[in-house]
Design a protein around this ligand. Structure first.
Ligand code: AMP
Length: 358
């Protein structure tokens, strides 16, 4: 079987690498940045199944995919819904998942209305093309309305009530063509300046009720869309529950720990799902795992090469400030063992975010 992935970044590469033992599946990657219509048409024609490593696919390419929707997994619907934060929030609500109260904003007047109806603070976001905290503006006073609209507006926005969260988490699942679902354990995700810096399994001090709720949420979401592949739900943990923030119709940075950390990774299960194979187990192989991102420079990751329970992944990208260049997975038979190794790799972290607060 021939599988084509739209996007040849690290996610596409890790998808490809996850099933190199399955010799009857050939995977090729399409460089979205070097797109031309003919090249894409030829790429689609030669594959049996088409998938994508990113939901940020330009509209002209999405248009071209319409005629090949039968090859796409996850489907075109999922791609379109999760490209747009308003459609995404509605999909979360439809699947019975709690979200922040939100309003569509198409004018400065709508900003004022949102301030009146939602109260402050408000997190304003562009409905499309935002990632790593870009295209966002936090309104704290009514006077912020105009600068917010001027800075990120003059296009469709979503205004969200501010969620007073304790921490950020995510849950990842894979759903196969027959509707079977496997769910990965939740992680706590710690960000700095809008970029994920590390994820922890298990999420420290996570209650069983919340773990169960997250699992129910992602099952409901995947089922509601008849989804095929790996899907990620980012959740704010609040005092009394979980609030859905964002969905990625794909493998996610907070699931990279699964390469070493679970029986079958998020990447492998995506490939198994879309090729019609049975899913692998999401059972953790270690008591404790951390995934540390390598951001901006590779040097602090080099030490991982000399540490037995640290696994360095380098994406082969040119160093640039704030750019994700790789990640390091640290495994342990206990949190203490894992954390001792993370402490050896502390140069990977900006000051003040390690150890975790929970
Ligand atoms: P997003 O791109 O939606 O993941 O948002 C980026 C970051 O902004 C999140 O990781 C949160 O830290 C913060 N954020 C986004 N939406 C909200 C919200 N409604 N309330 C509080 N913080 C938010």
């Amino acid at each position: 079987m021939k599988v084509g992935i739209l996007g040849n970044g690290q996610l596409g590469q890790m998808l490809q690498d996850s099933i190199t033992d399955l010799t009857d599946v050939q995977v090729s990657l399409y460089d979205l940045r070097a797109h031309d219509d003919e090249a894409l048409a030829a790429f689609i024609a030669k594959v049996d199944v088409l998938s994508y490593e990113t939901e940020n696919i330009p509209a002209n390419i999405v248009d071209q995919l319409e005629a090949h929707a039968d090859k796409l997994a996850p489907g075109l619907d999922a791609l379109k819904v999760f490209q747009n934060r308003l459609l995404e929030k509605n999909a979360l609500r439809n699947a019975g998942i709690a979200t922040a109260d939100f309003r569509a904003v198409n004018s400065l007047e709508d900003v004022h209305t949102a301030v009146q109806e939602l109260g402050l603070p408000i997190v304003m976001k562009t409905t499309t093309e935002g990632y790593d905290g870009k295209g966002q503006y936090v309104l704290r006073t009514p006077e912020d309305a105009e600068p917010a609209w001027e800075t990120i507006g003059n296009r469709e926005l979503i205004a969200e009530a501010f969620v007073p969260f304790l921490r950020e988490t995510s849950v990842i699942a894979s759903r196969d063509r027959a509707g079977n679902i496997v769910v990965f354990p939740m992680t706590e995700n710690v960000h700095h300046e809008g970029i994920l810096r590390y994820s922890l399994y298990p999420a420290p001090a996570l209650s069983q009720d919340k773990a169960r709720l997250a699992e129910n949420y992602i099952r409901q979401l995947a089922d509601s869309l008849n989804y095929v592949g790996t899907i990620t739900l980012e959740l704010f943990e609040t005092e009394d529950g979980l609030v859905g923030n964002e969905v990625a119709p794909r493998v996610h940075n907070s699931g990279h720990w699964s390469i070493e950390g679970t029986e079958a990774s998020q990447f492998r299960n995506h490939m198994l799902a879309i090729t019609g194979a049975a899913l692998g187990s999401t059972e953790p192989k270690f008591a404790s795992v951390a995934m540390l991102n390598v951001i901006g420079e590779e040097t602090p990751a080099e030490k991982a090469e000399t540490i037995a329970n640290a696994y360095r992944h380098s994406y082969g990208k040119e160093a640039r400030p704030a750019r994700k260049l790789g990640h390091v997975t640290v495994t342990g038979n206990s949190d203490a063992e894992r954390d001792a190794t993370v402490n050896e790799l502390i140069d990977l972290m900006p000051a003040g975010i390690w150890p975790p607060k929970h």
